[in-house]
Ligand binder design. Sequence first.
Ligand code: Z3R
Length: 294
Amino acid sequence: MQKYEKLEKVGEGTYGTVFKAKHKETKEIVALKRVRLDDEDEGVPSSALREICLLKELKHKNIVRLYDVLHSDRRLTMVFEFCDQDLKKYFDSCKGKVDSNTVKSFMFHLLQGLQFCHSHNVLHRDLKPQNLLISKSGELKLADFGLARAFGLPKERFSAEVVTLWYRPPDVLMGAKMYDTSIDMWSAGCIFAEMANGGRPLLPGSDVDDQLRRIFKLLGTPNELTWPDMKKMPEYRDFPAFSAIPLASVTPTLSSSGRELLQNLLVCAPSRRMCAEKAMQHCYFDDIDPSIRV
Ligand code: Z3R
C-alpha cells in the first residue's frame, strides 16, 4: 500500500470506497478500492480471494482492468485501471441530453464487455451507471465485474444508502436463486433507455413491490404464455393484470430499431431475453462508426 499515494475519493462503490491514487515510483494513476467485508473479524474468505485473483485474467478494452489484489491485515485492496468519470457523472454533465451516436457507441461498448465476460462465465449482477466508466477517449468500460460472486450482494451498503433495485430483473426481484447471464441483459436494457433519455432512469422503484409494479405497468403483467415459469418463482405473488405501454411513449427520442432492441432486452421471462452476442448483431448497430466495432 505504501507504493501508492492516495489522492481524492472518486466513488462509493457497492463494496467500498474508491480512491484515485498515484504509484510513487512509476507515477501511474490507478483506482484503489478498499473492500469492506461484512465480518471484519473473519478476514477475507479464501473462496473470495480465489475468485478475485481469477478476475485479473479478464482482459478486454471494455472491462476496467484489475491490475492487482493486495491482501494484508485481513483487508483487501483492489488496484484498478483509472477512468475519468462514471456514467452517472457523465449524465450530470450533459444536461439531460446524450447525443444519439454516443448512446449507440456506449451501448455497443457495454454489449462488447458483457459478451466477453459472459463468454468466460463471469456475471456482473449489479450493473448500473455508477459502475460504467468512461475513459478519456470516450470508451465505456465495465467496473466491478465478478465481485458479486466473490463477496455476495449486500442488502444495505455500509452507509445508510440502500442498494438500488432500478436495474434488477423481475425474476431476481421474485427471489430467483439461480443466476445466469440474462440478469445483466435486463440491466443493459434499463441503462440503454436511461442513456437515450439523457440520464433519466426508466424504472426508479422505491422497494421490491414498487419495482415489480413499475416493470409490469410498462411491459404488461406476464402470463402463462409470456412467462410460463413465473408462478414457480420463490417469491411469486399475484399482480394486477396491466397491459403493456408502447416503448415509444417512454423513449421518444430512440429510433424504431433502437426501441426494437430495447424490447428484446426488457423481456420478463429470463430465458427469452436477448443475449449480448445477438444484441450486438441487431440492425440498430448497422450504421455504427466502424472504428467502434473492433
Ligand atoms: C474501479 C472500480 C470502480 C470505480 C473505478 C475503478 N473508478 C471509478 S469507480 C471512478 C468514478 C469516478 S472517476 C473514477 S467519478 O468521479 O465519476 N465518480
